[in-house]
Design a protein around this ligand. Structure first.
Ligand code: GLC
Length: 475
């Protein structure tokens, strides 16, 4: 508690001066609103402290004896090399990580060209996300079979990259045990099992469907690999979408949990789990606590729940409900939609923060939510969205700064130039998220010059590229 007050009172933070967001709010209302929002505003000093805590957790996660209990899992991926641009051929990619499941046919050609020959999106019904594991894998195999048929690929045996964006203990490139589900999934009989095996069995059950060797990757790794195919200085992959996570190339000698001292290996940090040992309790707001408590997995992925698309809308909703109950908004009248969990979607935040049409969008959204609003209400909602998305971007920056500073120290460099491959709807679709994150990075990692390489579909394409690198390196 003491710590919380100390950090919140520091007023030197140059990250929070968004006066534009205050436009249209009378001073007396503004001072009341600010009391609700203050716990979300983390000073530069607090972000440095968050980064220092994560630094310690990275080391715990890599340790031989400490990794079992570490909240940040630091999972070895068995990806030992980034692409060199010479990889070629035809590959399949499966991408499962959110409400959509995708199948792709990718061709890697001369001059680092990645051609998407075809793709198909299948929506995973909500019931399937929490149903039987076998049903989920059968569905994946059915989609794959349908895709192969439509692309006239049936009868061919192509190598397959499988992006599975959940924390897995990877034993080999094609053997990977699911530790636990995240992001609203809770299928039975998958945790503790090898997901590559489950996939192969489901495909086998289809009888007339065949695949070649499998390379399994997390979406962060897929993103790093697909960006790395074009820009060889890419050594970090970051996702800020439904969930959040990053991977990076770590020196093998620091990965104490596995044998071997030479070279590097890509580590999937699973930074979403930061705070699961209560190490972030002093910066959690009452709204974060509520979001966690009412989620399908309480106590799991606390950091992710402060940052990612699955939760941001709900945090905003809870703040708006509280302000309305306290008669600061909508004349104290909560509509049915505003009172219902999940009804304030994260995409509304992006729409409300659009530089030109934001206020207009806010008014439309509030009307659709059945609220009776006035222009001051719309401005307050805009300020709430801005505050919560800014906290998300700043926390991401604190985590990313920890990684780049670590790489710089590992290599004993005064200055590091590096590229981060990024994907995820929050980063790509929110109008100011990337600039907020980059501004914070300049403060938190001043000795690192970072190029952000954003690409769509990168995790799927990256899985295909990983399969190609694995093939290139195979003895
Ligand atoms: C969740 C998953 C992680 C994934 C991230 C982004 O945090 O646990 O594996 O990379 O979401 O999709």
């Amino acid at each position: 508690m003491q710590l919380k007050e100390k950090y919140l009172k520091i007023s030197t933070c140059s990250l929070m001066s968004n006066t534009q967001a205050n436009d249209g709010i009378p001073p007396d209302v503004l001072s009341k609103v600010k009391k609700y929002l203050q716990p979300f505003q983390l000073s530069t000093e607090m972000l440095q402290e968050v980064s220092a805590r994560l630094r310690k957790d990275l080391i715990r996660g890599l340790g031989k004896h400490s990794h079992h209990k570490a909240p940040v899992k630091m999972l070895p991926t068995f990806v030992r090399a980034t692409p060199d641009g010479t990889e070629k051929g035809d590959f399949l990619a499966l991408d499962l990580g959110g409400t959509n499941f995708r199948v792709l046919h990718v061709r890697l050609e001369e001059a680092q060209k990645v051609l998407k020959m075809g793709s198909q999106i299948c929506t995973i019904p909500q019931a399937m996300m929490v149903g039987k594991g076998e049903q989920l894998f059968n569905y994946i195999a059915t989609c794959l079979r349908h895709f192969l048929k439509s692309q006239k690929l049936k009868g061919q045996t192509l190598p397959l990259g499988f992006t599975f964006s959940f924390p897995c203990e990877q034993l080999e490139i094609d053997k990977s045990i699911l530790i636990h589900w995240t992001k609203g999934f809770k299928c039975s009989e998958v945790e503790g099992k090898d997901v590559v095996q489950l996939l192969k069995e489901a495909i086998h059950r289809k009888r007339d469907c065949h695949i070649g060797s499998v390379a399994m990757v997390n979406d962060t790794v897929g993103t790093m690999m697909s960006c790395g195919y074009i820009d060889q200085s890419c050594e970090i992959g970051m996702i800020i979408g439904t969930g959040t996570n990053a991977c990076y190339m770590e020196e093998m000698k620091n990965v104490k949990r596995i044998e071997g001292e030479d070279g590097r290996m890509c580590i999937n940090t699973e930074w979403g789990g930061f705070g699961d040992d209560r190490s972030l309790a002093d910066i959690l707001t009452e709204f974060d606590v509520e979001v966690d408590k009412t989620s399908i997995s309480p106590g799991v992925h606390i950091f992710e729940k402060m940052i990612s698309g699955m939760y941001l809308g709900e945090i905003v909703r809870l703040v708006l409900v509280k302000m309305t109950k306290d008669k600061l908004l909508f004349k104290g009248q909560i509509s049915k939609a505003l009172g219902t969990p999940g009804q304030f979607e994260t995409k509304f935040i992006s729409e409300i923060e659009e530089p030109d049409s934001g206020l207009e969008n806010a008014m439309k959204i509030l009307t659709e939510l059945g609220l009776v609003w006035d222009p001051v209400d719309a401005s307050v909602v805009h300020l709430v969205c801005d505050t919560i998305s800014s906290r998300s971007a700043h926390l991401c920056a604190a985590a990313l700064a920890t990684l780049v500073n670590r790489i710089r120290n590992n290599r004993k460099l005064d200055h590091l130039e590096t590229t981060v491959g990024v994907d995820g709807t929050v980063y790509r679709k929110h109008p100011t998220f990337s600039s907020k994150l980059q501004k914070a990075m300049r403060l938190l990692a001043p000795q690192c010059n970072i190029t952000f390489f954003v690409s769509e579909d990168s995790s799927g394409k990256g899985a295909a590229i990983t399969a190609a690198v694995a093939q290139r390196l195979a003895p």
